[in-house]
Design a binder for this molecule. Structure first.
Ligand code: TMP
Length: 203
């Protein structure tokens, strides 16, 4: 079993690769649970609807992200890993550092405290950080029919989110792999396949 998280600023392209990655792993005989944050449970999806649509204090936002994550870990992630399955999560706690600390300005020590409390050391084995310049990502997001509360943020917000993601990739080189998405789909998929092959060999 292994735990993979997918991260990146809105419009970086991660969701495009999520189902492909799950299919790729299933073709290799892996039982994969695909899930997302905020969400992944009934309560988590209810919290997601609030988080994406209702205005709130930045601290409330951070706390609700971790409340949803707490349910997600207890109900989905840990049970799947204990069954020996792989878990692929569309976002996990790096998103809280990137968005709530980088984007909103919450002190990292606070999110660190929540992470320790809620996750008790549970970190992904592999984090794929989908990365592209902010104007390119924003152009992709503008094609969406309606924009949620995060997608409506301005370029400077996403610059800070991206900077924090890239900083974390440098800070945790063991589990982070940066995937540039300003390339062909084939090139991106080949690179992702290479990263997960290494994980398949080591598990
Ligand atoms: P999604 O668009 O990738 O589904 O994610 C929903 C939004 O939630 C996205 O704009 C990033 C944001 N988010 C946070 O701000 N903090 C978090 O901890 C997570 C998991 C997501």
């Amino acid at each position: 079993m292994a735990f993979i998280s997918l991260e990146g600023i809105d419009g970086a392209g991660k969701t495009t690769h999520l189902e492909w990655l799950a299919d790729y792993l299933r073709a290799r005989g892996v039982v994969a649970t695909v899930t997302r944050e905020p969400g992944g449970t009934e309560l988590g999806e209810a919290l997601r609807a609030l988080l994406l649509n209702r205005s709130m204090q930045v601290d409330t936002e951070a706390l609700l992200m971790f409340a949803a994550r707490s349910e997600h870990i207890a109900q989905v992630i840990r049970p799947a890993l204990e069954r020996g399955e792989w878990v692929i999560s569309d976002r996990y706690s790096d998103a809280s550092f990137a968005y709530q600390c980088g984007g909103r300005g919450i002190a990292e020590a606070r999110v660190q405290t929540l992470e320790t409390w809620v996750q008790q050391g549970l970190q992904p084995d592999l984090t794929l950080l989908f990365d592209v310049e902010v104007p390119v990502a924003q152009q992709r997001v503008r094609n969406h029919v309606s924009l949620d509360r995060f997608e409506q943020e301005q370029a400077d917000f996403f610059e800070r989110v991206r900077t924090m993601y890239l900083r974390r990739a440098q800070q945790f080189p063991q589990r982070f792999r940066v995937v540039r998405t300003d390339r062909s789909l084939t090139a991106i998929r080949e690179e992702i396949a290479g990263f997960v092959e290494r994980l398949l060999i080591s598990t």
